[in-house]
Design a binder for this molecule. Sequence first.
Ligand code: ZN
Length: 167
Amino acid sequence: MIKGVKYYCNVYLKQMTDLNYHTSHEECIMKSYRKELWFDVPTRRAFINITPRVRECITESGIIEGLVLVNAMHITASVFINDDESGLHQDFDDWLERLAPHEPISSYRHNVGEDNADGHMKRQIMGREVVVAVTNGELDFGPWEQIFYGEFDGRRKKRVLVKIIGE
Ligand code: ZN
């Protein structure tokens, strides 16, 4: 609490001051939640809808109003938001292969004892993380938005971090 700053409590829907914050509104202190989701994709590349797993995290956190951050913890995987439509996913995969083809492996300077330079580049295009508003205990989404894990160098265990803050 910073003296002189006014804080608002969503539980009691009234303005608070630093004087009463720690005495009568203990429930209102910001909550924080952290979880790792694990993936072991059997193919080199895949897109997985992880929206239900993020929803489970929100329920488990008990957070009603806040923000959820979902990020890949690996540099050859992505987390992104788009439509859950198989044609589109194939279009993404074809487009990424045109931009950064897996082969020839020798065409990448990174591929010295590794073969995943294309995976690093595909992840860079598809992004590392998403941040979504949590409103009334739900993902505050538009009609077609879904959260995906994008794998670009699979066949091993990898992680996604879910961090939720709010009250
Ligand atoms: Zn690499």
